[in-house]
Design a binder for this molecule. Structure first.
Ligand SMILES: O=P(O)(O)OC[C@H]1O[C@H](O[C@H]2O[C@H](CO)[C@@H](O)[C@H](O)[C@H]2O)[C@H](O)[C@@H](O)[C@@H]1O
Ligand SMILES: O=c1ccn([C@@H]2O[C@H](COP(=O)(O)OP(=O)(O)O)[C@@H](O)[C@H]2O)c(=O)[nH]1
Length: 481
């Protein structure tokens, strides 16, 4: 079998550069080791109609990277528009932030159709396609329309919200019907999978039996595949990184003071405002903790052209400045706030330096930073993870200190508890989390999904004749009308 993996975001895997987002971080080791072809956006756009989509292909470990220039006329409407201003807020249960326009939807559909045409070049008789994330909900149906009858799987990296929020996106029905062209749809958590099943039964009147739904497309299996990390790599990197110049500088700057760390894209789903408020409240309630602990908050810029993201950046900058102004001293800055990224090698060293990892999203598909923080700890003296119960990672990392990210007082108390936790308790909690991370590594995620996809395909073929033309997706010309 040859495997073609498709995502909007890709990475070239330069060990000295930051990786943007968990999807790219997770897929990198898989492509490098499995020999898959990874197709995604080059980050550049191209004017005019591309009859034959242009792809720059280069080696990536045992695999290859194919970088596509997406159509200039549709890129903004697709990425900043429909994908990140309509679908992302809906998937993260922020109906108040959903912004839709027919033009954006058309661009989204155009880019999905463009990607389908581009993929034909990589198709062989034994190819399996694995499509990633909400950028490409309609890609499977577009591929079927082009006559592709190979197995096509889909994995959603974000949460799937309850039905009433999803219905806030005017095109929900058409898109979910199109998703049923996939042979297998994977989710991060049982809750996401259940929300999707409820949508199918309540909105589309389709029954899911034993994880299989029958539609005009044939059969689709839906299941849960929590994404993992390369545990061994992070553990190794963290031990080595202590001597990295950036990590040494951080350690020297601490002067015996403890460190809490947060690493997030600057995204409203990550709960950054409440996190800063929790630290503020902790220092106010426990003045003795001033000077004894600071927060290193790495907040990497993300989707800055979207209004909600720009607003958040301004709000955070002001809040951090207020908190530092209130609690700071001439020789102590409570919050070290950085709007830039670091390589994973350096991050691993930062994680190991910090006594507390703070991961408090309001909603998050998984959150790989939480897993990386755990994997990077020194087994003899591990730090404590404070984790939102609304991150997918909380299902496995259930011996972290779980918090409600809306409850600022409780977060403040929990961070203080984490800072004073005795070694024995830290070790017990950490060992339990490590055992789970090792069982559910990124390699295990990959092989279990690909195996389930092959199986779903053969079960589906035994039950129905594969449908090639996609019955429900409106052709582009009528979306445009
Ligand atoms: O590509 P961007 O628009 O810059 O955004 C970065 C990625 O953010 C999201 O990541 C998700 O995937 C992670 C791995 O499964 C998961 O841990 C996290 O909870 C998700 O938010 C998005 O889903 C990706 O498509 C983006 O590339
Ligand atoms: O400066 C940074 C910040 C983050 N990351 C990586 O970006 C990913 C973030 O993934 P996560 O699942 O936590 O959140 P997402 O950004 O995908 O929503 C992790 O693998 C981090 O190691 C990085 O390489 N450098």
């Amino acid at each position: 079998m040859s495997l073609v993996v498709v995502s909007n975001r890709i990475t070239r895997g330069n060990a000295n550069e930051p990786i943007t987002g968990g999807l790219a971080a997770a897929l990198l080791p898989i492509v490098e080791k499995s020999g898959a072809i990874w197709v995604g956006s080059s980050g550049r756009v191209r004017d005019g109609v591309q009859k034959e989509p242009f792809a720059e292909v280069e080696a990536l470990g045992a695999g290859a990277l194919a970088m596509l220039d997406l159509p200039a006329a549709h890129y903004g409407g697709y990425y900043e528009g429909f994908a990140n201003s309509a679908l992302w807020p809906a998937l993260h249960s922020r109906a108040d932030l959903i912004r839709v326009s027919q033009g954006d939807y058309l661009s989204y559909r155009e880019v999905n159709a463009f990607m389908a045409r581009a993929l034909l070049r990589f198709r062989k008789p034994d190819t399996t396609f694995w499509i990633q994330d909400y950028h490409f909900l309609a890609l499977g149906a577009e591929l079927r329309d082009l006559g592709v009858n190979q197995p096509i799987g889909f994995f959603l990296h974000t949460p799937w919200a309850p039905r009433d929020v999803i219905e806030g996106v005017p095109h929900h029905r058409e898109l979910v019907e199109a998703m049923l062209a996939y042979d297998l749809i994977g989710f991060q958590t049982e809750d996401d999978c259940e929300n999707f099943s409820n949508y199918l039964s309540s909105t589309l009147d389709l029954m899911v039996e034993d994880g299989v739904v029958m539609s005009q497309h044939g059969t689709t299996r839906i299941a849960v595949f929590p994404i993992g990390i390369d545990v061994e790599k992070f553990t190794r990197q963290a031990a080595k990184a202590v001597s990295h110049p950036d990590v040494s500088r951080l350690r020297r700057s601490l002067n015996g003071e403890k460190l809490a760390i947060g690493v997030d894209r600057l995204d409203y789903s990550k709960g950054l405002v409440n996190r800063i408020k929790a630290f503020d409240r902790m220092w106010t309630a426990h003045p003795s903790l001033a000077r004894t602990v600071s927060l290193l908050q790495i907040a990497t810029p993300s989707r800055g052209a979207i209004e909600a993201y720009g607003n958040l950046q301004n709000e955070l900058a002001k809040l951090v400045s207020d908190v530092n102004g209130l609690h700071g001293e001439v020789d102590w800055t409570p919050i070290r706030y950085l709007n830039k990224g670091f390589s994973q090698t350096v991050l691993a060293g930062f994680y190991r330096t910090a006594q507390v990892g703070v991961v408090t999203p309001l909603h998050d598909g998984m959150n790989l930073v939480a897993k990386e923080y755990v994997a990077a700890q020194n087994p003899d003296d591990p730090g404590v993870l404070v984790l939102s119960k609304f991150a997918g990672a909380a299902n496995e990392l259930d011996t972290a200190l779980l918090v409600n990210p809306h409850d600022i007082d409780c977060m403040a108390r929990t961070i203080a508890t984490a800072l004073s936790m005795p070694l024995l308790e830290r070790r017990m909690r950490w060992e339990a989390m490590m055992a789970k991370l090792e069982r559910r590594s990124i390699q295990q995620w990959f092989s279990s999904f690909v195996e389930a996809l092959q199986q779903a395909r053969s079960e589906g073929e035994a039950l129905t004749q594969p449908v090639v033309r996609s019955p429900n997706l409106r052709p582009l010309r009528s979306v445009n009308a």
